[in-house]
Design a binder for this molecule. Structure first.
Ligand code: ZN
Length: 142
């Protein structure tokens, strides 16, 4: 191959080379940050893959339930008073019935896997979406 590079062409070539190297670093940086972002979102996704309904009363967890199964739960007792009926339906949770004076818990909007909470202040009841990645304790769920 007979190349006839002039001095000016060489200078241009080396300048182009440094520019390319800077580009390469930039590309590498972008690639690295996108990999980090991907890993982060993957990790974040696994974190919310198993959302569960956590029911607590008086600051004590009284039940943990998967959102995947529809069910109706009676918290408290209708006979002695102070009850809430919690319904899990199509992954959404709401309180359908309660005998608390303000009934604001019944009027609360449904919560789902995206998070949130429903609180019944008079009954000191808190429903919230928790991370069930550690597994759902069967003894509590039944
Ligand atoms: Zn209430």
């Amino acid at each position: 191959m007979a190349r006839t590079d002039s001095a000016s062409e060489k200078a241009l070539g080396s300048r182009r080379k440094t520019f390319r190297r800077a580009d390469l670093w930039l590309l590498l940086l972008i690639a690295l940050s996108s990999v980090l972002l991907f890993v982060f979102f993957l990790w974040k996704d696994t974190r919310i893959r198993t959302p569960v309904l956590e029911i607590s009363q008086d600051g004590q967890v009284v039940g943990v339930y998967p959102l995947s199964e529809d069910r109706e739960l009676l918290i408290g007792s209708k006979e002695s008073g102070g009850y809430n009926v919690v319904r899990i339906e199509n992954g959404k949770i709401r309180i359908t019935e309660a005998d608390c004076p303000d009934r604001s818990c019944v009027r609360s909007i449904a919560i789902d896997r995206r998070g949130g909470s429903i609180i019944c202040l008079p009954h000191r009841l808190v429903l919230r979406i928790a991370d069930g990645a550690g597994g759902i304790p069967d003894a509590v769920a039944e």
